[in-house]
Design a protein around this ligand. Structure first.
Ligand SMILES: Cc1ncc(COP(=O)(O)O)c(C=O)c1O
Length: 421
């Protein structure tokens, strides 16, 4: 297609969206396409949720933007609402716009508080494209831009499907974690700051941390005086069946970053930490002063998103619908040989396509064909690129209906039959 848009991430899709509502997108000809990626994994309330529409209308009319040194009522409301649904130790909120920003802010907090600068991330991590976040992003996108920040170190992604630490079907993730930290300690110049991690690695292909892993990781951090930063850009606010994915493991991070789902598709992110870390940063002159830090309009949206998630028990809904949808996808796996693995929890599910189940070679071409066919049949099911293999990341809005799930699964079924059959 001929257009004036800079291609910021490879090939852009041919679908030109005219309108979106609920879990559906509509093209120029009015054709409906189910949005099973919630936009960019963000629109958890569906598109144009009436209460969000009203909130934005009101905010733009009443209080849109202020100088970054000014507090505003929506910001006080939003930060109180967010800390109100988090453990007591996560009580100080820095409101920003994007996920990358929230992670950069977190890394600066960790560096200032610990005095260290070494940052550890999974070797298939994605934390954003801004400076610090990009340095801790190992899932491709590193080549061609010169040096990253010094001190970026990688830990093996605990991937139960592909790890070399799987023997006879048993996954020895503790050995892998031990091995990872032995490597880190040998490389370390002794000034650790933080580990940054997602509780379910989304861009890596929906990799759930094994049960107990997060607790063990936290232990490794504590031993070394490092902070644990959890990036819940995609897992936060109910998507995985818990309000926050860290609750599943009973591990509270030192710093939590939220984005994507926090604004339910509008640009709002937050870096949340303890009063002690906030005080330490403040005392040392911490600065993360951006044009849109603590902006009232997105904060109004964030307060409303939290209200709706809690009031409508959407994490519970995600848990139940996730169980239902995973069953349907596992049934597809019985019938379609190219489906090597189905994983994830809540409404953050992954379907990995392989050339054959023994070699597990990623079926990249097939994945691209199936994804295109799904779109033509009426479901936007995004296939991952970069180093993650050929994995559909399935993440509909938490307001999706069972009927819509059935339709999307049957479209995937048909596309697999046509493309692989
Ligand atoms: C886990 C995670 N963190 C951070 C980011 C970066 O967010 P943004 O693109 O809003 O900067 C992403 C984006 O995909 C993400 O998936």
């Amino acid at each position: 297609m001929d257009h004036h848009v800079f291609r910021y991430g490879g090939e852009l899709c041919d679908l030109v969206v005219r309108r979106a509502a609920g879990a559906s997108l509509y093209g120029p000809d009015g054709r409906e396409v189910l949005d099973f990626t919630s936009g960019q994994m963000s629109a958890i309330l569906g598109h144009s949720h009436p209460e969000i529409v009203a909130t934005v209308r009101n905010a733009i009319a009443e209080l849109d933007h202020v100088h970054s040194s000014l507090l505003s009522e929506p910001v006080l409301r939003f930060t109180e609402a967010l800390s109100g649904i988090l453990p007591e130790s996560l009580s100080k909120v820095l409101p920003l716009c994007t996920g990358g920003e929230s992670n950069d802010a977190a890394l600066r907090m960790a560096k200032m508080t610990t005095g260290g600068f070494l940052v550890v991330a999974f070797d298939r991590s994605w934390h954003g494209v801004t400076g610090g976040a990009a340095s801790g992003t190992f899932n491709g996108a590193r080549q061609g831009y010169g040096p990253t920040l010094p001190g970026a170190l990688a830990l093996p992604t605990p991937d139960a499907y592909r790890s070399p630490f799987v023997t006879n079907g048993d996954y020895h993730w503790r050995d892998e974690l031990e091995f990872g930290f032995q490597m880190l300690d040998r490389q370390s110049v002794g000034r650790y700051a933080a580990v940054i991690a997602e509780p379910i690695l989304s861009s890596a292909g929906i990799i759930e941390l094994p049960p107990g892993y997060l607790q063990a990781l936290k232990g490794k951090c504590t031993e070394r005086g490092m902070l644990l930063i959890l990036d819940e850009a995609q897992t936060g606010l109910g998507r995985t069946g818990d309000r926050f994915a860290f609750e599943h493991e009973g591990v509270v991070p030192d710093i939590l970053t939220l984005s994507k789902t926090l604004g339910a598709g509008l640009p709002l992110s937050a870096t949340v930490t303890s009063a002690a870390i906030e005080q330490s940063c403040y005392d040392q002159g911490y600065l993360f002063y951006t044009t849109h830090a603590a902006d009232p309009l997105p904060a109004s949206v964030g307060a409303k998103v939290i209200e709706i998630i809690v009031r409508d028990a959407l994490s519970e809904r995600a848990r139940k619908l996730g169980i239902y949808m995973k069953e349907q996808l596992l049934a597809l796996k019985q019938r379609h040989e190219p489906i090597g693995d189905v994983r994830g929890r809540g409404l953050l599910l992954g379907v990995e396509l392989v050339e054959d189940r023994r070699s597990k070679t990623p079926a990249n071409e097939l994945g691209a064909r199936v994804s295109r066919r799904c779109l033509a049949l009426g479901a936007s099911l995004n296939i991952g690129r970069r180093s993650m293999g050929s994995v559909f990341r399935i993440a509909p809005p938490l307001t999706v209906t069972r009927d819509q799930i059935d339709t999307a699964v049957s479209i995937l079924d048909q596309a697999l039959t046509e493309c692989a059959g």
